[in-house]
Design a protein around this ligand. Sequence first.
Ligand code: PA5
Length: 449
Amino acid sequence: MLSLKTQQATPFISEEELQYLLPFMATAHRQLESGTGPGSDFTGWYHVPEINTENNLQRIEKVAARLRESSDIFLVLGIGGSYLGARTVIEACNHHFPNFLDKSQRGAPLVLFAGHQLSEDYLAELCDIIEDYDVSLNVVSKSGTTTETAIAFRILRSFMEKKYSPEELKQRIVVTTDANKGALRSYADEAGVDSFVVPDDIGGRYSVLSAVGLLPIAVAGINIRDLLDGGTWAYEKYLKYEDGNINDCINYALMRHLLAQRGYWLEMMVNYEPSMTMFTEWWKQLFGESEGKNGRGIFPAGANFTTDLHSLGQYIQEGRRILFETSILFKSSQREIKVPRQDDNSDQLNYLAGRRLHEINQTAALATSMAHVRGGVPNMSLEVSERSPRSLGALIYFFEKACALSGYLDAINPFDQPGVEAYKKNMFALLGKPSYEDLRAKLMEEINN
Ligand code: PA5
């Protein structure tokens, strides 16, 4: 299902460096597997078959079926790890233009997202468009206090309270949060709405294969068993690191570490499918929040090719030599379009007549990586059999495990995100939140000077 190709990256590293790193990787792998590394309280995602109980999965499917039936629009409220995974899988697996299909064609409500930024115009226009439709929502927040999500929930909840009776509201609001604590847990218990749990031992960015991602994905009509099956496939495939058996997942973590040591401090995740744009966003969060600590870490960036070859392509080919690329390449496409022959051949494209667009896209990928390698940009590619829930599950696990190993190789905790607090504290102080008075005074002094 997945196959990593590193031939266009190995010329940029040395065999000695690789051999030197292997014992460190063995330690990192042992730490992850035995749950003895930094942040090991948050490795509940590691054993995919154990993330969800059968009962839990059945409950997710049951609630999702009800919401699918009763809703034209399904809103998912969350930020960071509480929304990126669901959005990634939905956009990667479903139709490119869901807004232009009616519900019977989609077989599911239109899924829209909120609570992942603070734009007033976005929320106002969202409220305008949902007015005339049957709406339900899933608010997802482990802490229950994340400002962006909490504000969106307050606004959309009061919209829903005006639109629906208290009894109907119970059927339309679903909460995903901590099992025992936090504002959303209290709300769910008091309001009597359905709720799901963000497992204690899974952080947001590793949570897509738990209820956090599975409920919205199921409401969108995607088979969550297939997604989990792909995750389990990857879990089993990349489980062992015995006798220096360098499987693809370990190899990816090793290669990026070695490239970084050679000064390639920026990894560009490249896709050739627009439906994978959000996948790159999910991957950016996974690696950015996990690795960017103690003044270290590879900067995760993304590009959509061939689109961005006409914007970033020049820099990649000839700019500062600090980046390497990792491309996701699908071996097949779901649909078939061939270039038609035209008698006048005024556009000079008859040499492509009869050839499939996917083949042309694949050739563009090969041509691009060869040019970029020649320009001094190491390239890796991950070949994926097809664009499907199963392969998405496998991709998700591949990168989660590689990310955790990368963190341990770099001697950091890949499961916390202490740096995210800095902006929040400043924002609370500047907005006048009680108990932030001292910080507010300091910041105001800074602003006024
Ligand atoms: O990966 C993470 O842990 C974060 O990105 C969180 O998911 C994000 O900050 C949202 O937090 P919460 O689920 O508490 O609202």
